[in-house]
Design a protein around this ligand. Structure first.
Ligand code: SAM
Length: 287
């Protein structure tokens, strides 16, 4: 089987199987070998590694992962792609093709069965319609992960990287930075895909922190505070928390906690750092 990164070979496979792209699955296949090489080198996949690929498509990147890694699990939702993957990956004995919705899969179990529970690498050109639930699902379910190297919408990559004081700063920035160190490793224009997406893309690597960068007693509560603050961006933090159904502190309690932190009662959530959200959560939680 010829390398699929080359557009002619991709077209040949699509024709052979009479494949129709499904918009609802966010299907934009990579057709640029330079970008593929960049992803593989950023992910630093080596012969010891177990790699989870989310959404292999016709197996373009999967071939590279099989060449470099020890073992690959490729999880694909579209049943029409399964026979294609069996064909394009037939030369590799180190790949398992799994027909599943990644959001419904027990990834912890897979890691325990296939990698003795040791941290894995995740590599993917993600379906953009579910980027955030996939990333948050991986972090929040505490799957043992070393790094996640993914293609996402450029704007989403920017959001993961920024700090307070920028318009892109939000709940996703804080969640990603709590769990990992984000680094954009490449910007990728629409012409590197078939069909071309309407937006620009970027490859971002999230390296899991060995230890969380802040100490927080109740992780869940801190994320509830963060979500409530950004749900109503234009409101003050005190009013934002007061309006949130899952937060039961009174305005006075919040103002008092802010005072202890040296922050004014009319501060907006979008100006707080991760450290400040952790401190606020700890103060409210009695710590
Ligand atoms: N990796 C391929 C490539 O780079 O050419 C395809 C990338 S395409 C952007 C996203 C892939 O994810 C598609 O193959 C799509 O069918 C698959 N997909 C979409 N939703 C999924 C889900 N919930 N679980 C698993 N795969 C999914």
């Amino acid at each position: 089987m010829a390398t699929l990164g080359n557009p002619q070979n991709t077209i040949a496979v699509l024709k052979k199987y009479n494949f129709n792209f499904q918009k609802k699955f966010g299907q934009n296949f990579l057709i640029d070998t330079h970008v593929l090489e960049k992803i593989i080198s950023a992910a630093n996949v080596g012969e010891e590694d177990f790699v989870l690929e989310i959404g292999p498509g016709i197996g373009t990147m999967t071939q590279y992962l099989c060449e470099h890694g020890r073992e690959v699990a490729a999880v694909e939702i579209d049943k029409n792609l399964i026979p294609i993957l069996e064909d394009t990956l037939s030369a590799y004995a180190n790949v398992q093709i799994i027909h599943q919705d990644i959001l419904k899969m027990d990834i912890n179990r897979l890691v325990h069965e296939k990698n003795q529970g040791k941290p894995i690498k995740v590599v993917a050109n993600l379906p953009y319609y579910i980027t955030t639930p996939i990333i948050m699902g991986l972090f929040e379910s505490h799957v043992p992960i070393e790094s996640i190297t993914i293609m996402v919408q450029k704007e989403v990559a920017d959001r993961m990287q920024v700090g307070p004081g920028t318009k892109d700063y939000g709940a996703l920035s804080l969640a990603v930075q709590y769990y990992a160190k984000p680094e954009i490793v490449a910007n990728v224009p629409p012409n590197c895909f078939m069909p071309r997406p309407k937006v620009g893309s970027a490859v971002i690597r999230l390296t899991r922190h060995q230890q969380a960068p802040v100490k927080v007693m109740q992780e869940r509560q801190m994320f509830a505070l963060i979500r409530a603050s950004f749900n109503q961006r234009r409101k003050t933090l005190v009013n934002g928390l007061n309006n949130a159904a899952d937060i039961s502190y009174s305005k006075e309690q919040v103002v008092q906690a802010l005072e202890k932190m040296g922050l004014p009662a009319n501060v907006r959530g979008e100006t707080l750092t991760l450290e400040q959200f952790a401190r606020l959560s700890n103060l409210l939680g009695g710590g």
